[in-house]
Every structure is written in C-alpha cells, then in structure tokens.
Write a protein that binds this ligand. Structure first.
Ligand code: AMP
Length: 173
C-alpha cells in the first residue's frame, strides 16, 4: 500500500522551519491504518516482543492496538508529570532546551522484552530516552518501530544500538 499518500506535510508547524508530518489522514483511512499495524506487528513478533512501549502521544495510537494484536501488555511512556504512581524520569535534549519522559516503576518486570513504538523518528532523542527508561527498569529493548523516519537528522545513527524499523523514509525538508 502507498502509505505516503496518507501523510500530510504542513510547513512551519508548530514553529517556523519545521515540516510537520501529519498522520491524521492515515488514521482516518482504515486500510492504511491496518497496514501499518500489520507491518508493526510483524516486526514486533519477529523481535519476540513481550510488551509494547508507546511514546506519548502519537506512539499510543499505534502502540495500544499493536499490544492488543500481540496479546501483550501496553506500557505508556509519558511526558513529565502525567503518570500518577511511582515513576522514573529521564531528561533528554531537544533542539532548544530539554524535556523529560516518565515511566511507572512497576510498568515492566526485569527481563521483559519491550518493543518501542512511535509515529516519527527524527533526531532519535525521544526514542533513546524511552529506551533508557525501559533499561532502568531492568527490561530489554528488543526493537523499535516507527511509521516515518526523517532522513538526515541522525536518528538511526543515534539509535545504532537498537534494531530500528520504519515504514516510510522521508527527506527532512
Ligand atoms: P526526535 O526525538 O527528534 O526523534 O523526535 C521525535 C518525536 O517528535 C516524535 O514523538 C514525533 O512525534 C515528533 N516529531 C519530530 N519531528 C516531527 C515532524 N517533523 N513531524 C511530526 N512529528 C515530529
């Protein structure tokens, strides 16, 4: 399926110079959405995933139905301050400034085989922070799956320690 047709590119959102990749047309097309979930479930099954970790917020859109398909737990990694119970936090660098991601301390047992999912891989900083959280819990990152990989931002290089898969590779600009 030609998935690129379902990605809408919006220039200068949320700020000047950013080419925002809007996945809402894909979510609105049941065949396109299903084909993404099928690909991701193939990757995660191949990786022997025992849990799916979704990154807030668009990673939840793929991660939760993926976990349901695989019959494994879904674990949210959230932006700072949203998770209510005891949590671990990792700080990571953004283009300007820094951000934090949280995971619940009891989200994964030690040794769990976690598959990380998000919509877009750009610089890789967010996925790397999610991987650190999984590893701080003593669990293992068995792979990472993205709908879109933005080329030329060094994401894949930054995530060189992990098995990274993506369905669409797009130019950064
Ligand atoms: P990064 O940490 O640089 O890999 O950025 C990845 C995160 O930012 C993901 O959660 C994406 O949803 C979001 N993101 C980064 N760049 C874009 C973009 N051009 N369009 C849409 N989302 C983006």
């Amino acid at each position: 399926m030609e998935l690129q047709a379902f990605i809408r590119t919006i220039p200068d959102f949320p700020k000047p110079g950013i080419l925002f990749r809007d996945i809402t047309p894909l979510l609105a097309n049941p065949e396109a959405f299903r084909s993404v979930l099928e690909a991701m479930s193939g990757w995660a099954t191949e990786a022997g995933a025992g849990a799916v970790v979704g990154i807030e917020s668009r990673g939840f859109l793929f991660g939760a139905p993926l976990a349901d398909r695989l019959g494994v737990p879904f674990v949210p990694v959230r932006k700072e301050g949203k998770l209510p119970a005891a949590r671990l936090t990792v700080e990571y660098a953004l283009e300007y400034g820094e951000a934090r991601l949280d995971i619940h301390r009891d989200a994964l047992p030690a040794g769990a085989r976690a598959y990380i999912v998000d919509d877009v891989l750009a610089t890789g900083g967010t996925a790397l922070a999610a991987a650190k959280l999984v590893e701080l819990l003593g669990a293992e990152v068995v792979g990472m799956g993205f709908l879109i990989e933005l080329e030329g931002l060094g994401g894949r290089e930054r995530l060189a320690d992990y098995a990274v898969r993506s369905l669409l590779r797009l130019e950064e600009s």
